[in-house]
Design a protein around this ligand. Structure first.
Ligand code: C2E
Ligand code: CA
Ligand code: CA
Length: 835
């Protein structure tokens, strides 16, 4: 049928010419027609496609898409069309069903929408960027009204788009900006320039944010403003940091006092958040509150917090400090935390309180920061951020103050007694002295030394010694007046300065002080009655500077100590003279030792049983060109004190050995020689070796030498002493205990010491004839000696009577003027010859 034929021809032609790609497929999904546009879209020739399954073009059977299109609610089918060359297009499909000759055909028309699709995708991605940004983005139209906001804006401000659409952004977000400023900003934007500024921004519910704002204008080709794009970034925390840190740290660098720093913090907070009334309370080590700072709160109100102990239910601050956590009291009038404190009348209008504890390094509240509000409310996000910024700064300032106080405590106070140490003491006394000079008043300097401190340390241990010092430090501070100064100079030495105090008053005060100190007290496991020796110097009589005054008080103290313990003494100029003489003598003694100007004299010792010579005791003699004969009772203690005693002792042994060898060389019959040594000589571990060498050198045997030591050796705590004594004994050198009966004789100790000889002290011998006690004592000593198998020597025998008693009591050896005074070497030679 020509018509039908030409119609179908027309149909085919029009499909062929169609702008869209057309694919016709039959019910079996077999391609029957494929137009030119389709050839281009897929990059396939029709002879490759016609007769093939349409799967080679579309992933699903065409009738499936048709069904989808029929069921779909007007939605276009959009498919990705792969091109032969590997590229791709996007097409929107519309499918129609045609029935012809009892056959069903599907005519699929595909519109190439690649460009639109890509544009859509780009927009989708773009909106992803804006909506997922933390920044708020606002776009206004040519009338400055909001036409777009991103999701970030909704999150930041709390407003939805429909609430802000069509509004003026400045009027809404910065209502306090005046009209001129807004006009000027519009002018700038209209001229094509951007705006950058930091702006306090009002958002929903009266909240505020600090925003960094950037606005860019969008102009058309003619330079007319189409849109403005604003980007807001929340910089609240940064801004707070900037403002608060800047001012607080600057103040800290300027070393401003803590109160000023905290006041500054309160002021800054109230400047940033004018609706807030701040107060800061310090929490001390004991958990008591102390007002620290407030800006607008009444001072009397803060003062009423002084000394309140923190705890559960102690108002908002006391509770927050106690819990170590912030506490919100929305309504003070009804909060049970305030039940016990509502009587502390709150200043007009304050209704709620929010307190944040400021935590110290040890996780304990060191202060509280309170925000008071004039309405019943809690803190806002903005307040929270303000507190987050300010609290660490306050903690820093308070901890810094504490460590500063601690450092100065370490630097200026003695950690044991908590008294001012030497440096602070000197600084304080210097000031007191200036005041005395200015006011022409007198001033007393007391130098205080603890009696027998070394013994306490040695016998009870150092902790006990420390306790004793603490007790004395406390007692020295008792009854002191405000302007008196007490400090620890070193070891067991203290200084007390009494301004405006004359001789009479000092005497009274010192007597009082001695009584206070002498009260019995527990030290370690023992009960002791401490005593001190006190030396006093006076301004202006004894000196005009602290150095001199302390030195002279020290000298006076020495004098007091020499006169017996527990005494006090004023400095006097004779004392000064004595001290100077002492110094001169020290120098001279050193010189004498160097020049060999010392000499030994020898006192014979007699066997009582048979009257034969037992030995001689070597005694040092010093003849000084100006002072003449200086007594060993004088220069031996001096040598002990100035450290010359070791040298002097060694010189004595050497000289004695040399002399004994010389006498033996001359044929003199001398059984033995005794030399006196100080306990200090026995600290030297090299002593035994030195003795061996000396004996070898002079071809003497160890039994020729006796070393005399005093009972002081028992008080000696040097760990070497006992070893050296034993080593010397092991060499075969004899050891004698001198002056027996005068010191801390302890029989058990005596048994431990490797001695062979006891020397009864002269003082007992002196009283033998007149004093029964002395006789009993000397009797006891010979018994002790005999029981320990020791040779017992009685010294200082001056009379026949004494000699007789000692002989009867069974003494072995006698020494004294009765037989001979100590003699020079030549005199002894003559004495020997004369016998
Ligand atoms: P000492 O060891 O007890 O010496 C005995 C002292 O008594 C000597 O005094 C001696 O001259 C004196 N004396 C002896 N017989 C009599 C007497 O019958 N009557 C009286 N009233 N006194 C008598 P000296 O020489 O003045 O020595 C005093 C102390 O000095 C000595 O006491 C001794 O402890 C110490 N000393 C003397 N020379 C040395 C020495 O070379 N080294 C050391 N470390 N100490 C020495
Ligand atoms: Ca002696
Ligand atoms: Ca003696």
């Amino acid at each position: 049928m020509p018509i039908t034929h030409s119609l179908s021809e027309l149909f085919v032609q029009s499909i062929e010419q169609a702008g869209n790609s057309v694919v016709v497929s039959d019910a079996d999904n077999c391609v029957v027609l494929f137009n030119q546009a389709a050839e281009l879209l897929w990059g396939l020739k029709r002879h490759e496609v016609i007769g093939q399954d349409a799967k080679c073009l579309l992933p699903q059977p065409v009738h499936g898409y048709y069904q989808q299109q029929e069921n779909g609610d007007g939605e276009l089918l959009i498919l990705r069309i792969p091109h032969r060359d590997g590229g791709q297009h996007w097409g929107s499909l519309s499918i129609s069903r045609v029935a012809s000759h009892a056959q069903t055909y599907f005519v699929t028309s595909i519109k190439d929408i690649t460009r639109q699709h890509e544009e859509c995708e780009r927009l989708r991605l773009l909106s992803l960027v804006t909506d997922h940004s933390d920044n708020a983005i606002i776009i206004t139209d040519e009338n400055w009204r909001i036409s777009y906001v991103n999701a970030g804006f909704e999150r930041m401000s709390g407003y939805r788009f429909d609430q802000v659409c069509g509004q003026h952004p400045a009027a809404m977000l910065a209502p306090y900006l005046n009209h001129e400023v807004i006009l000027a900003a519009r002018q700038t934007l209209s001229s094509g320039q951007s705006i950058k500024t930091d702006q306090l921004t009002c958002i929903q519910n009266g909240e505020r944010l600090w925003c960094s704002v950037v606005v860019n204008p969008i102009l058309d080709n003619q330079g007319r403003l189409l849109n403005a794009v604003g980007i807001l970034t929340d910089i609240t925390s940064t801004k707070m940091h900037e403002i608060l840190q800047h001012s607080m740290l600057n103040a800290m660098v300027r070393e401003e006092p803590l109160e000023d720093l905290m006041l500054l913090a309160c002021r800054e907070i109230e400047r940033i958040a004018p609706e807030v009334t701040t107060s800061m309370l310090l929490v001390d080590e004991e958990g008591l509150l102390h007002p620290l700072a407030t800006h607008s709160l009444r001072a009397s109100y803060c003062q009423s917090m002084e000394g309140i102990r923190i705890g559960e239910g102690v108002g908002t601050c006391g509770t927050a400090a106690f819990r170590g956590q912030p506490v919100i009291t929305k309504d003070i009038a009804s909060d049970p935390l305030w039940d016990g404190y509502r009587h502390i009348e709150l200043p007009e209008g304050l209704k709620s309180c929010w307190s944040t504890p400021i935590m110290g390094a040890n996780q304990r509240a060191i202060a509280t920061l309170a925000f008071y509000f004039k309405e019943v409310r809690g803190p806002s996000e903005f307040h929270q951020r303000l507190v987050d910024v300010i609290v660490p700064l306050c903690a820093l300032a308070i901890e810094r103050e504490k460590s500063r106080a601690h450092i100065s405590q370490l630097a200026f106070y003695d950690s044991l007694t908590e008294l001012p140490n030497r440096s602070l003491l000197l600084a304080n006394t210097e000031q007191a002295l200036h005041a005395a000079q200015r006011n022409k008043t007198s001033l007393a300097v007391l130098f205080i030394d603890v009696d027998r401190f070394k013994q306490v340390n040695d016998s009870f241990g150092h902790p006990a010694g420390d306790e004793l010092l603490q007790v004395i430090a406390r007692r020295l501070q008792e009854n002191r007046s405000q302007k008196d100064i007490v400090g620890r100079l070193s070891g067991d030495e203290f200084v007390v300065v009494l301004p405006d105090c004359d001789n009479q008053r000092v005497t009274e005060l010192v007597e009082q002080m001695k009584l206070t100190i002498a009260q019995p007290c527990q030290v370690g496991n023992s009960r002791v009655s401490p005593s001190v020796s006190i030396g006093v110097s006076m301004f202006p009589e004894d000196g005009h500077d602290m150095g001199t005054l302390i030195h002279r008080a020290d000298m006076a103290m020495y004098q007091a100590k020499n006169a017996g313990r527990g005494r006090f003494s004023f400095f006097c100029h004779e004392l000064n003279q004595l001290a100077q003489e002492r110094q001169a003598m020290e120098n001279a003694l050193q010189q004498a030792l160097q020049d060999g100007a010392l000499e030994l004299h020898y006192q014979p010792q007699i066997n009582i049983a048979d009257g034969r010579l037992y030995g001689v005791e070597a005694l040092a003699r010093w003849h000084h060109p100006h002072w003449g004969q200086v007594s060993p009772a004088r220069f031996i203690p001096l040598a002990e004190e100035c450290g010359l005693i070791v040298e002097l002792g060694l010189w004595g042994i050497r000289e004695a050995c040399r002399q004994l060898a010389a006498w033996r060389g001359k044929g003199a019959k001398l059984p033995a020689i005794s030399v006196n040594l100080s306990p200090t000589n026995f600290h030297d571990l090299a002593l035994p070796a030195m003795l061996t060498q000396l004996l070898d050198e002079h071809q003497l045997s160890p039994g020729d030498l006796t070393l005399e030591l005093t009972e002081n050796i028992l008080m000696d705590t040097n760990p070497s002493t006992l070893k050296v004594l034993n080593d010397v004994h092991a060499l075969g050198i004899r050891l004698a205990m001198d002056d027996f009966g005068t010191g801390y004789s302890s029989l058990s100790y005596l048994r431990q010491l490797p001695i062979q000889e006891l020397k009864l002290d002269r003082s007992f011998v002196m009283d033998l004839e007149n004093d029964a006690t002395a006789r009993t004592l000397s009797d006891a000593v010979i018994h002790i000696g005999n029981s320990l198998n020791l040779t017992v020597v009685a010294e200082g025998i001056e009379t026949e009577g004494q000699h007789e008693i000692l002989r009867q009591q069974g003494y072995h050896v006698a020494q004294g003027y009765l037989f001979s005074r100590p003699l020079s070497a030549p005199d002894l030679e003559r004495w020997l010859l004369a016998r």
